[in-house]
Write a protein that binds this ligand. Structure first.
Ligand code: GRF
Length: 217
């Protein structure tokens, strides 16, 4: 089995990164994590990656100022130097330009803490509570230039409990994130999930019912 070479892009804690690293340790996992890149030199996730024996790179976005593409050209260089085939965004807090996204179309994944298309953007847990949502969740999707809008590969739905705060709800969603991100990466690395004409096809069929309920009913 030739394992796909994966880079994970982080900006912070890196718990989704850790979940992917851990899943990729399984001998039958179709991808290997060859690189972790952070735009934030202080990202706590970097230490975890190093402890796991994974190469890390820091590309601080600040010296590039408003020139997002210049930052991305550097990033692209590091990805190419490491012969990366798939990129997973995991709490990566930089908007990517069409320049970068088009280079990686169908090979660039993101995880978002809501049941997209609901609650794009930030503060999803507080917004779900304010909206009185009964359920909430997480989504892994292919990245397209428009933020949080690409075709869905996998979703997990979790219940909202009475008395939930944004933090308690975030913790429940995060557990679901750690579950679905490795599943989605496996599908993409195996070539079973593909982005075709802006849609996610799984095993050649349009992916219609992507929601996984956690915990199961
Ligand atoms: C996660 O909730 C992810 O969905 C969002 O940012 C958070 C990152 O957490 N994009 P971590 O760094 O993976 O722990």
């Amino acid at each position: 089995m030739s394992r796909k070479r994966v880079a994970i892009l982080i900006s912070g804690r890196g718990s989704n990164m850790a979940a992917l690293i851990s899943a990729a340790r399984a001998p039958d996992f179709p991808a290997e994590i060859v690189l972790v890149v952070s735009n934030n030199p202080e990202a706590p996730g970097l230490a975890h990656a190093r402890d796991a024996g994974i190469a890390t790179a820091i590309i601080d976005h600040r010296p590039f100022g408003k020139d997002r593409e210049a930052f991305e050209r550097n990033l692209q260089g590091v990805l190419e130097a490491n012969r990366v085939e798939l990129v997973c965004l995991a709490g990566f807090m930089r908007m990517l330009t069409p320049w970068f996204v088009h280079r990686w179309l169908g090979r660039l994944l993101n995880i978002h803490p809501s049941l997209l298309p609901e609650f794009k953007g930030v503060d999803t847990h507080a917004r779900a509570l304010a909206a009185g949502a009964k359920t909430h969740g997480a989504t892994v999707h292919f990245v397209v230039p428009e933020m949080d809008s690409g075709p869905v590969i996998a979703q997990a739905r979790v219940p909202v409990h009475r008395g939930d705060t944004p933090d308690t709800l975030a913790a429940r969603v995060l557990e679901a994130e750690h579950h679905i991100y490795p599943i989605a990466l496996r599908y993409v690395a195996e070539g079973r999930a593909q982005m075709i004409d802006g849609r996610c096809m799984i095993d050649g069929k349009e992916h219609i019912e992507p929601v996984l309920l956690i915990p199961p009913p």
